[in-house]
Design a protein around this ligand. Structure first.
Ligand code: ADP
Length: 188
């Protein structure tokens, strides 16, 4: 059975960095909905055209579009051992849709990354200088943090009620944070 691991946390918390390492070392697919959406924008697909302005402003792409994209992605063969979801679900609607497909893809654990706003803003601005990501601007970061608090943070409770949450302190050395997460995968 393909297990799902959800990496949940505010922008800049390091979900992508950790997901990329963990997925390699534990033979899981790394699914970043943000990365997939940016590819759609680059390739100027229909979805990319709809998503571009929302991404730049730091707003969420509508649930149905993201859910369809994710479900299609889960059908790829690299997901047969399981996948890390990085940046999905981001709304209660997305979480509920995920529940509907959970017969084939049960959620094994939800890692909640915790970091304070000051650290997050610092990291994203630094990343923006290197990556040139068009949404790593001060204005967009503020919106993304607000959207996280209003739409995504309630998912922590939602998954806590299902006893799926493991909290990760996302401040510190990348390697130390990696080890804290990997511990849970070693024990599976
Ligand atoms: P970050 O977590 O640093 O904001 P991501 O790459 O995860 O970076 O997401 C970038 C943008 O992609 C988001 O601000 C949003 O516009 C869009 N996006 C990514 N995942 C989702 C999702 N699950 N639902 C809606 N929009 C999403």
């Amino acid at each position: 059975m393909s297990k799902l691991f959800i990496f949940l946390g505010p922008p800049g918390a390091g979900k992508g960095t950790q997901a990329s390492q963990i997925s390699k070392n534990f033979n899981l697919a790394h699914i970043s909905t943000g990365e997939m959406l940016r590819e759609h924008v680059t390739n100027q697909t229909e979805l990319g055209k709809k998503a571009k302005n929302l991404l730049d402003e730091g707003l969420l792409v509508p649930d149905d579009l993201v859910i369809n994209m994710l479900v299609e992605r889960l059908s790829h063969s690299d997901c047969k051992n399981g996948a890390i979801l990085d940046g999905f679900p981001r709304t209660l609607g997305q979480a509920k849709s995920l529940q509907n497909i959970s017969e084939n893809f049960p959620i094994n654990k939800v890692f909640v990354f915790e970091a304070d706003n000051e650290e997050l803003i610092k990291r994203i601005l630094l990343r923006g200088e290197v990556s040139g990501r068009s949404d790593d601007t001060e204005e967009s970061i503020k919106v993304r943090l607000d959207v996280y608090n209003s739409d995504t943070a309630p998912l922590v409770n939602y998954y806590q009620e299902q006893q799926l949450v493991t909290t990760i302190n996302a401040i510190g050395e990348i390697e130390d944070i990696y080890n804290a997460i990997a511990l849970h995968f070693n024990n599976l």
